[in-house]
Structures are given as C-alpha cells and as structure tokens.
Design a protein around this ligand. Structure first.
Ligand code: HSE
Length: 445
C-alpha cells in the first residue's frame, strides 16, 4: 500500500500514524484476530489511515507454542502490557469476569480504548466500564459480545439510534440452537445432541453457561440496555436453559406444528400504566412457519421491532473463532480510526432509566402438557380452573394416555401475566385428578 493510496482513502490529518494494539488472550478468537490483522495489514492501514502495530500479546502459558506470533511479543503480564505507552488499543478476548474486569479498567484508566468480546463482563459491569471510558475520553467497543459476526450492537448503537425500539427477540446462542436442532432433525436425546455439539467444538468442555441459558442472558442484558437506554444487567434477566427439554417435548411440539428454540426476549411492557423493561431467556415454542424456526445448526438470528423501521431480522454466524474475530476487527478499525482522526464511538446512554419489571409481570403464554385421570368431568373441572383465574384458553386437546384410565391433556393459553400462569400450574399440580404435569413451555408467535 503506497502513501498516496492511503492519502486518497483518508485525506486530512493523521495519515500514516501507527496505532499500537495489545491483544489479551490467544484462544480461538485471539489467534484468529492476530492472524487476520497480520494477513490484511495493508487493508487495515488504508481503512484506518495508519498501520495497526501489534505491540504485545498476553497469554497464561508462555511455554505453549504460538505459531504466527513473534515470541518476543508474548507476555504473561497483561496488567503491565495494557498500561504501556506504545499501546493505544487493548483487545480483550480472555473470557471470565474478575481478571478481565481489572485489566480492562486499568487499560481504560490509562487512556487506552478497549475492544472486548466478553459478554459476561459487559453484562455484569457495563456501568463501571462505560464510566471509566468516559472519564478517560476513550472508546469501549463490544460488538463481538453479542452474536459474533452479526452486527447487532452497532445496529442498535448507530443505525437505530433515531428510532424507538419496542422489542428485541431471537436466538443468540449457537450451542443450544445446535442441540435443539439436532434433537428435532434426528430425534436425538438431549445428552446425545450435547455430546455431538461438544465433539464438533460448538459447546465448551463445560457447557453450563450455554445450556443453562447464562450466555444468552448476558447477551439479552446487553441488547436490552442498548435498545431501551436503560441499564439491564445479567441479574435482571430471567433465565431458564434447555436441560429439561426432552425428545418427547420436541416430538410433541413438532406434531402440533411448533419448533422449540431457546429465545432471548427483551421488551418494553406496560404495568399499571408504567413502562417497564422485561428481559428473559427460556425455551420457547414458535410456529414451524415462523422465520426463527428455520434457523438451524449453530446459527443465530435476532428480530428487532422498532416504531419507524418496523420489523428487522438479522441472521448469521453467532459463534466461532472467525466470525467473532470479524466483529472484533470491525471494532478495532473503528477504535483505531478514532485514534488517528479524532472522535469517539457512540457511548452508553441509559437516560431512559426505565424500571426493570419482575418476571411475574411479563405477559407470556403457556403450553402445558399433563397427564390426567380419564373420567367424566375432568376436562370441565380444569377448564373452570383456568376461567376462575381469568386465563383464557386458546386450545385444549385431549389424547389417549399411555396408561389405562389416564388421558393426556395439552392446553395452550392466550396471553396472561406470567405470575398468574405460574400460580395456575401450581394449582393444577395440587389437583387429585392431575397425575402429573409433563411439561410447561412458553409460546411466542
Ligand atoms: N458459546 C456461545 C454460543 C458463543 O454457543 O453461541 C459465544 O457467546
């Protein structure tokens, strides 16, 4: 790349000024970020207006071979690296919360812009990190923290900054989508599908954060915060994973024309005349013809409903080294441009400061599958229970039970307060005529 070509890309100040980069962590994502940074160094220099210079890479194990990186750049002292004078931007791809929090805060306080892929960190400590970035006048970017290559953070921060967002919903965890899809398409059990996800490298050795919904809940907290200009943290998100979903649930859903997906749902709701924010993650039945039902394997998709824009859907690769590196590098280019040319990235703005709704205040719908005693009057008794609670039924289907004298009853409700639906299930469980509740799964359509 010649100086002339750079000048024509970026006329004006700062052309040619190098930007020092420190990368924290050399796992799958860090390795890919460094590889692409080096392979496309001329492209990046032209797009930024100055070259990116890798100043150091922090790793936990200095002995491990790190092909593609000069050994002299490696250090196990991340804290010192981020405070060095020749480092302008810190890329954090370590994972975890406590150590990254300390090192990212140190970097911001030292005047370095930070690009992080760490959803757990951002979902837990965004206020503290944003305040540190503001105080130092530097950037905090985290596009890769939500759905990897799908540019949903930038879309909320910039593209939809002029709109009023009502709802953000979608599939934001690739591992669980892979498992649910495998269960549906091959009839596999949850355990077998998880083993396959692990074998293919989608699930971590410890898949708890994925299958219990914690990863998706962190992403929901970030999306809700950005969309509703209100601080929503991980602890504010109701979270239920997929570990209790059985092959029988999947099969029953398929027969009834539904698909089960782990959805993150963030919405503004009216509670007694007050607008509140609700964010939740749980297995959800969606009609098989719904666009989210066609999201297969480890793909992610996010729906945004905005007042002026209408409904938008974003689809793509939400996990993996290269897609996550794409998002990190996009942020790195943005932060580097600001270093070279001046200016700052759009920051956090939680001016709306809406109250967080209790999960019980959310409006949901239930699909209840239960085994009841097969005798005259049971159906009427149960229907009356729902009527007494003010919960309207959409469908009620009785099928022959697996055992003599028992019937299977599948109830789909209309929308109702989550707290009322939960109470209803407790009351059903206490009835003598209800032998057991086989499954309760929420619906979205
Ligand atoms: N483990 C996540 C997933 C990717 O399966 O989607 C990183 O958030």
């Amino acid at each position: 790349m010649t100086a002339t070509a750079q000048t024509s890309f970026n006329p004006g100040k700062g052309v040619g000024q190098p930007v020092g980069v420190a990368v924290l962590g050399m796992g799958t994502v860090g390795t890919e970020v460094i590889r692409l940074m080096q392979e496309y160094s001329d492209e990046f220099a032209a797009r930024i207006g100055g070259p990116l210079e890798l100043k150091g890479v922090s790793v936990s194990d200095l002995e491990k071979p790190r092909p593609g990186v000069d050994r002299e750049l490696l250090t196990d002292d991340a804290m010192s690296l981020v405070q060095r004078d020749d480092v302008d931007i810190v890329v954090e791809v370590i994972g975890g919360i406590d150590f990254p929090r300390r090192v990212v805060l140190a970097a911001l306080k030292a005047g370095k812009s930070v690009v992080t892929a760490n959803k757990a960190l951002v979902a837990a400590h965004a206020d503290e990190l944003a305040a540190a970035a503001d105080e130092a006048g530097v950037d905090l970017y985290f596009e890769a923290a939500v759905a990897a290559a799908i540019p949903v953070v930038g879309m909320l921060r910039r593209s939809l900054a002029g709109d009023q967002i009502q709802r953000i919903s979608g599939i934001v965890n690739g591992t669980t989508n892979f498992i649910l899809d495998a269960m549906e398409s091959t009839g596999a059990t949850y355990e077998d599908a998880l083993a396959e996800a692990t074998r293919l490298g989608y699930a971590e050795a410890d898949p708890t954060a994925d299958v219990e919904g914690h990863d998706a809940a962190s992403k929901a907290a970030i999306l809700a915060s950005l969309g509703f200009h209100t601080r929503v943290t991980f602890g504010d998100v109701y979270c239920e994973g997929i570990t209790k979903i059985t092959a029988a649930d999947i099969e029953a859903a398929r027969k009834a024309g539904y698909t089960i997906k782990l959805l993150a749902i963030c919405e503004k709701i009216e509670v007694d005349g007050e607008t509140k924010v609700n964010a939740r993650v749980h297995p959800t039945l969606i009609p098989s013809e719904h666009p989210l039902a066609s999201v297969k394997e480890s793909y992610n998709a996010i729906y945004v409903d905005a007042e002026a824009a209408g409904s938008l859907m974003f689809y793509g690769n939400g996990a993996g080294g290269a897609p996550t590196a794409s998002a990190v590098l996009g942020d790195l280019v943005g932060a580097a441009r600001n270093k070279v040319h001046g200016g700052r990235a759009p920051g956090e703005n939680t001016y709306a400061n809406l109250p967080i709704a209790d999960f019980g205040e959310a409006i949901t719908r239930y699909h209840i599958d239960m085994t009841v005693v097969d005798r005259a009057g049971v159906l009427a008794e149960l229907a009356q229970k729902f009527a007494d609670a003010g919960i309207s039924l959409r469908t009620l289907r009785q099928e022959e039970g697996e055992r003599h004298n028992y019937a299977r009853l599948v109830v789909v409700t209309h929308s109702a307060r989550e707290a009322d639906l939960q109470k209803m299930v407790e009351e059903l469980e206490a009835l003598d005529d209800v032998q057991r509740i086989d499954s309760v799964i929420r619906l979205d359509s």
